[in-house]
Design a protein around this ligand. Structure first.
Ligand SMILES: N[C@@H](CCC(=O)N[C@@H](CS)C(=O)NCC(=O)O)C(=O)O
Length: 272
């Protein structure tokens, strides 16, 4: 990895999952290193700095009146993590509102006014309210002029991958959800199989392309990264996906990248 000097600290801090799956995506081993101590600290409300390091809590408590971006999300929600990662990767300042899904906060009238689908994430940018994580990624790519593709061809490829992400890649996320919350669910084998097909295709593609839409990372990669980073919880076979593993290592070189569980706290947080 490019960030070699960070490796020892991450290595020391890397933790085993409570229940270790028999076989895991190897890509997640590298990705998990980024969770380290910052996952715990983020859970307590600490900010994740640009390079993935914690920054002092005091700084996080200082609200910036000029900040127009506010993300409404939940710390275990991978669609929320996509948006948080993008905001961090572009170096944006953003406020955070914790929507406690476990308490049903997504169904409260104030939230429904922002998101008719009663889901997270929601991004508020001044008077603009944007929902659906991949639409938010496209909005942010335009707003910050980053990760949006170098030309019309790449932009079309990005749109294609974002559509496929919601169509098939979410099966990996749904499998993870059921393994965590309903391991006896009769839907699990079906979703696991769909996830496997999706990963097979993704692995083939990444054998021919450095990133999803071309030679450079885009929002297509950012959209898919959280599913891959947590795929070990869904128990996919690591040995089948060497190209995904290599891509995961390339993603881990992006300044500011972090494990999806390390990017959101469990409480409101003002912009630094
Ligand atoms: N397609 C949506 C999916 C969002 C989604 O599924 N959000 C979940 C959390 S991961 C949620 O808000 N669930 C609350 C509920 O269903 O009540 C997106 O990408 O933003």
């Amino acid at each position: 990895m490019a960030a070699k000097k960070k490796a020892p600290a991450r290595k020391r801090a890397a933790k085993r999952p409570a229940t270790k799956p028999k076989r895991v995506l190897k890509a997640t081993a590298a990705i998990k290193q980024a969770a380290s101590k910052s996952a715990k600290r983020a859970a307590k409300g600490a900010r994740i700095g640009k390079a993935g390091y914690d920054v002092p809590r005091k700084a996080a408590d200082r609200p910036d009146k000029g900040v127009t971006l506010t993300l409404h999300g939940f710390h275990l929600s991978l669609p929320s993590a996509k948006v948080a990662l993008m905001l961090t990767l572009v170096g944006a300042k953003w406020n955070y509102r914790h929507v406690d899904l476990r308490a049903g906060a997504q169904k409260l009238p104030d939230h429904i006014r922002l998101n008719r689908y009663a889901q997270v994430p929601v991004l508020v940018d001044g008077d603009e309210v944007i929902v659906q994580s991949n639409v938010i990624l496209q909005y942010l790519a335009d707003r910050f002029g980053a990760f949006g593709g170098a030309n019309a061809h790449e932009k079309r490829r990005i749109a294609e991958w974002l559509a496929w992400d919601l169509d098939r890649m979410t099966s990996v996320g749904q499998t993870r959800f059921l393994r965590r919350n309903a391991p006896e669910s009769p839907a699990l084998p079906f979703l696991f199989g769909r996830g496997e097909q999706a990963l097979d295709m993704l692995d083939r593609h990444l054998g021919t392309s450095k990133f999803l839409a071309g030679p450079n990372p885009t929002i297509a990669d950012i959209a898919i990264f959280p599913w891959i980073a947590t795929a070990e919880e869904a128990q996919y076979d690591a040995t089948r996906y060497p190209n995904i593993r290599d891509w995961g290592q390339r993603m881990m070189k992006l300044p500011g990248i972090a494990h999806p569980y390390a990017v959101l706290p469990q409480e409101d947080r003002p912009a630094k």
